[in-house]
Design a protein around this ligand. Structure first.
Ligand SMILES: [Zn+2]
Length: 410
């Protein structure tokens, strides 16, 4: 048992699995609150005046003057990768083209080359350190994609690393097969054959070992077509693996519609949205997910999440933590970008980065908000820090104490 008392404001108090439209700003708060944690889950909570009898030996954290938030849920990351790519970043700053950068060793295919020569243990160790880093900035659950393998063996190697991390770390981890991130080198010029190989070999092999919870496709201009995406989602559905799609980053690609049609759990990126794509998401179970870190780092448009929420949609925010287009997994910063650049209210950005992003990785019933029975993943902010201070005073870590599964981590 663990009891937190005198919480000045307890945010995210909702039993729902997601919040849409104007409800995102109504995510309830309790002032002067307590929480009781038992067996790793939230057992009870409420106003201090209603706190029941606490056993005399129960550990208590006095959160006098401090705000408590549900831990962030980061529903889109590529946190397992062999090396950082800052050389390529500086080349981009200097104005080199994508082709020139690829020639000098940048891009997804070059990451795949390096990954093939990196051991499972090395991948595990570097990803482990990155996850410790994002835990410190408040992430309590994250999704990890493969996608730097691009062959059956190498994609499975990445997913095995993800499953090991899931076993060893107190954060909740969900895994996604992203064989369709780019066409593997062996299949250069034969994209159709590569897609068939994903459907007929890669997905069955990954499913047989239970290595993935979801299947993802980079459905965009210059990557995979809507027809190829549908084929892969249909193959995944045979193994009860829902889709999570990279869609509409580079163009209005039809990726949103093909995701919705095939029951994808989320469609992610959405920098390029027309009214048809927005309409396609209405009254569906697919979570639109913005990745503001990629927009910031690449200098591309931000997803029009303000308009999407105004039209009644739910929206999730995730980091897209990856070495090429978003080398940062700090969800406080992602919230700040949502507020500063996409005009969300801080409470909407919080809903997007906790409850709705939990939903976007199939964890809406157990994570992302304060509710009896949900996992006790909580962040206690530093004294005096408010929810509004997170986007305002961006770039700082406002979290003092992290609790994951009811255990104090720091
Ligand atoms: Zn991504």
């Amino acid at each position: 048992m663990l009891v937190i008392t005198n919480i000045s404001a307890l945010y995210g108090v909702t039993p729902h699995h997601k919040l849409s439209g104007q409800d995102m700003a109504q995510n309830p708060v309790i002032n002067n609150a307590y929480i009781v944690i038992e067996g790793g889950n939230i057992a009870s909570f409420g106003e201090m005046s209603a706190i029941g009898k606490i056993p005399p030996d129960a550990p208590i954290i006095d959160a006098q003057g401090k705000v408590v938030l549900p831990s962030f849920c980061d529903s889109h990351t590529h946190i397992i990768y062999p090396t950082t790519r800052e050389t390529e970043f500086i080349d981009r700053v200097k104005g080199l083209t994508y082709e020139e950068i690829a020639k000098r060793g940048g891009g997804i295919l070059n990451s795949a080359d390096v990954l093939a020569n990196t051991s499972e243990d090395e991948l595990y160790k570097s990803a482990y350190q990155r996850i410790i880093g994002v835990m410190k900035t408040g992430t309590g659950a994250l999704e990890i994609k493969s996608g730097y393998g691009l062959s059956v063996d190498m994609e499975m190697k990445m997913l095995r690393v993800a499953r090991r991390l899931q076993q060893d770390l107190p954060v909740t981890i969900r895994t996604t097969l992203l064989g369709a991130h780019a066409v593997g080198r062996e299949y250069a010029g034969r994209q159709g054959d590569y897609v068939n190989m994903i459907c007929e070999q890669m997905i069955p092999a990954v499913a047989a070992e239970g290595l993935a919870d979801f299947v993802d496709v980079f459905c965009d201009k210059g990557f995979f077509t809507t027809q190829e995406t549908e084929k892969i989602l249909e193959a995944a559905a045979k193994y009860a693996l829902p889709g999570k799609i990279h869609a509409n980053e580079l163009a209005v690609s039809g990726g949103v519609q093909v995701g919705v049609k095939n029951g994808a759990l989320s469609v992610d990126h959405l920098e390029q949205m027309d009214q048809e794509a927005i309409n396609a998401l209405k009254n569906t179970t697919t979570m639109p997910t913005a990745l503001p870190g990629a927009s910031f780092f690449l200098g591309i448009p931000f997803s029009p999440v303000r308009k999407m929420i105004n039209e009644g949609l739910p929206v999730a925010i995730a980091s897209d933590y990856n070495p090429g287009s978003s080398p940062c997994g700090n969800m406080q910063f992602m919230m700040a970008l949502g507020v500063i650049r996409a005009k969300l209210l801080p409470v909407e950005a919080l809903t997007a980065a906790t409850l709705n992003s939990a939903y976007a990785m199939g964890l809406g019933a157990t994570h992302g908000s304060i509710a009896v029975g949900k996992r006790a993943n909580l962040s206690i902010l530093k004294s005096g820090a408010t929810l509004d201070l997170i986007p305002y005073s961006y770039g700082e870590n406002h979290i003092e104490k992290i609790i994951l599964g009811g255990v104090v981590i720091n």
